[in-house]
Design a protein around this ligand. Sequence first.
Ligand SMILES: Cc1cc2nc3c(=O)[nH]c(=O)nc-3n(C[C@H](O)[C@H](O)[C@H](O)COP(=O)(O)OP(=O)(O)OC[C@H]3O[C@@H](n4cnc5c(N)ncnc54)[C@H](O)[C@@H]3O)c2cc1C
Length: 327
Amino acid sequence: MATILVIAPAYEGHVGRTSLELLGGARRIGEARGMEVVAALLGKGAGAAASQMWQYGVKRVYVADHPSILLGELEAFYLASLEACRAANPGVVLLLADSVGREVGPRLAHRLGGGIVTECIDVQAGQDGEVTFLRPVYGGKAIATYRLVNFPVVVTVKPHTMEVPAEMPVSGETIPLELSMDPEGLKTRVLEVVSEEVTGVKLEDAPVVVGGGRGIGGPEGFQLLGELARLLKGAVGASRPPADAGWVPPTWQIGQTGKTIRPDLYIAVGISGATQHIAGVSGAKVVVAINKDPEAPIFKVAHLGVVADYRKVIPPLIQKIKEIVGT
Ligand SMILES: Cc1cc2nc3c(=O)[nH]c(=O)nc-3n(C[C@H](O)[C@H](O)[C@H](O)COP(=O)(O)OP(=O)(O)OC[C@H]3O[C@@H](n4cnc5c(N)ncnc54)[C@H](O)[C@@H]3O)c2cc1C
């Protein structure tokens, strides 16, 4: 029987939250089509992460624990993914649409002789067994729906766009993958990994994000947003113009060509609400917009809106929060 194969990096024995998000989509397809969900964990020390998969109902876990599969290493990751596909005979392969998955997904689809849906933001399955994949198109202005017709298909899913499913513990097994990979023969090699400097909570993981746009007017205004974010135990993000202008680091950019976030609360300050920005925040549970233009499109997606100059709103808000929670 064809399976649904979730391929996840597992460096040093840990699977990241975003890979767990893939399991929700996989489970929905499995239930609709009566297919088993299996996983392949790839990376140095990957075997120790198998229990994380069992916790989410995946019984069969293929493991490629190889010293050449390192963070950012494409070639080794691809060869291990191919080996996992040979072992698991998947009808559907799910991968993260991150820097590795974006390269590996199309190559896998080609080698499997299948189709591919890239940059997917949701996987839906009906009771009639129909499975659809949703993907933003035309610069995020529309959502295209792809129906699953033929197997195999490779699907890359944007991180932070789907919920981690509920736990469903099972007692599972690990199946080691035999890799005949010669480290010297690999076409690419990771020479150095430079970690992003983060003080406080990471933007992608923050429960509260304060996003600033061109309306902030310069780097100084972002200090004010930083103060608000700190009090709310959150992180600061930005639309593209502040990142382009160098007011904030490029890693703060949220949107179609930036990060995708799913905070409980997103406070958009001086941001107009272009579709390319909204593409990165559509998973936010509550959106509050502060903008001096009552016609700004951000108010169409905001749950709560404040029409005002942010300089008149944020300082008293900070003051009030300090009174409630202290400094
Ligand atoms: C292919 C492509 C990819 C893109 N990817 C991204 C992306 O990933 N992320 C992204 O953000 N954009 C992206 N963009 C750019 C996007 O189209 C918009 O240009 C951008 O999001 C606008 O940023 P903004 O809202 O900060 O600026 P603006 O559209 O200029 O809006 C500024 C807002 O601030 C308000 N304002 C001004 N002063 C104040 C004040 N004192 N107080 C309160 N409000 C004030 C104004 O009323 C206005 O609504 C992309 C564009 C393209 C073509």
